[in-house]
Ligand binder design. Structure first.
Ligand SMILES: [Cu+2]
Length: 391
């Protein structure tokens, strides 16, 4: 194979040299006939063939194969806008692409050497230059403005009154893991120094809000409700990518990021829409983060609000940090937080009795109700403990 390449290059060099010698000989003989000859017209024609053939192939492939590489319709509110921005940008780029390539290739054909044609000297034109500077400037500014508006929307903190579903996603080599606020509706603080074999999220044990947080196997969100995803990374830069929801944001160690979105189609709806009973929303990593990067796949389930409330209630009862690691917490929690821990444990265990109403109430309501209960409970049981260290 290598020898073939070397031989090919050598043959090419020899051909170029022969051509060069021939042209030099022609110049020495004082003959310039070759310049105006057949090969000049053939080259001009080939520019045209390349122009129309190339553009034809480009448009044919783009439209006939689009179903192969295009995602199904966006399953989130902002996703529709992202797609629209993408389409507008694409339309502008393709228009410029066609115009520029037409001018380059067609002019090479049109203005090929002709013996009797005179060249016009046309050094500058201020009006023309002003126009072709100002129009792109306006178009680019409009594109950037549209993107900036969307960006501020999706990265903004949700309004308190909107009561978004909040969860945290953490990337590490090579998996995604998630954490939900639990019964109190609030995520506890985290601190990387708290990370150990039991506390893989680094839940800060000085903050009792973290005791009831739960870490599910799959991420669930309710359809039609605003979701605020808080993102962090433990080791290197990862990137959360949920293609069907058009969600993508880097996970940067030491610099938490976030993404706000509202899913519009449940997993079941997507299954029947795509006629694919196996369909699941996939979360992938889109930052080459090391050897196992390809394996960083996680699953997102979009539920109806009722299914979500049921799942949330089950998880906060059976899978919370406190219920799974009671012994660990009893050992590790600072002395002044022992009462708070006991209150959380009692609440998790006691919740069993009132599990049913939680299932019936909408998500937001169940969360707010729960957090008030916790406050009342901790107020009454821990009223004389030291001032709260958490924010
Ligand atoms: Cu990664």
């Amino acid at each position: 194979m290598n020898i073939l390449v070397i031989v090919g290059v050598l043959v090419l060099v020899i051909l170029v040299l022969i051509f060069r010698v021939q042209s030099l000989v022609a110049i020495l003989r004082g003959s310039d006939k070759r310049v105006d000859g057949l090969s000049n017209r053939i080259n001009g024609g080939m520019f045209l063939i390349f122009l129309f053939g190339g553009l034809g192939l480009f448009f044919w492939y783009t439209f006939s194969k689009s179903h192969v590489y295009n995602l199904p319709e966006a399953a989130s509110i902002h996703g529709k806008e992202t797609d629209m921005l993408f389409a507008i940008t694409m339309a502008v780029i393709v228009a410029v692409f066609v115009i520029v390539n037409f001018l380059i290739l067609f002019f090479a054909y049109k203005y090929q050497y002709k013996k009797d044609r005179e060249v016009k000297f046309y050094p500058d034109n201020h009006l023309l230059e002003t126009v072709w500077t100002i129009i792109p400037a306006i178009v680019l500014a409009a594109l950037v403005f549209g993107g900036w508006r969307s960006w501020t929307e999706i990265t903004a903190d949700a309004k308190e009154s909107d009561k978004p579903v909040v969860f945290e996603i953490v990337g590490q080599q090579f998996l995604w893991a998630s954490r939900y606020p639990g019964m109190d509706g609030e995520l506890g603080k985290h601190d990387f120094r708290s990370i150990d074999s039991k506390n893989s999220f680094g839940i800060d044990l000085n903050d009792e809000k973290g005791y009831d947080d739960f870490m599910p196997l799959n991420i669930h969100v309710p359809v039609g409700k605003e979701v605020l995803m808080r993102i962090r990374a433990k080791d290197v830069i990862h990137s959360v990518f949920i293609p069907h929801l058009r969600v993508k944001m880097d996970a940067v160690p030491g610099m938490p990021t976030q993404f706000r979105f509202t899913p519009t189609k449940t997993t079941d709806e997507m299954r029947s829409l795509l006629n694919d009973p196996e369909f699941t929303y996939e979360i992938a990593c889109t930052e080459i983060c090391g050897r196992g990067h390809f394996g960083m796949k996680h699953t997102l389930v979009v539920d109806t609000p009722e299914e979500y409330a049921k799942w949330y209630a089950e998880q906060s009862k059976d899978a919370s940090f406190a219920s799974l690691n009671e012994k660990y917490l009893v050992e590790k929690v600072p002395a002044e937080k022992k009462d708070a821990l006991n209150a959380v444990l009692a609440k998790i265990k006691g919740e069993e009795v009132v599990a049913e109403p939680v299932v019936e109430t909408p998500v937001v309501d169940s969360l707010t109700t729960d957090s008030t209960i916790v406050e009342v409970a901790s107020d009454s049981t821990v009223s004389d403990s030291s001032p709260e260290l958490a924010h």
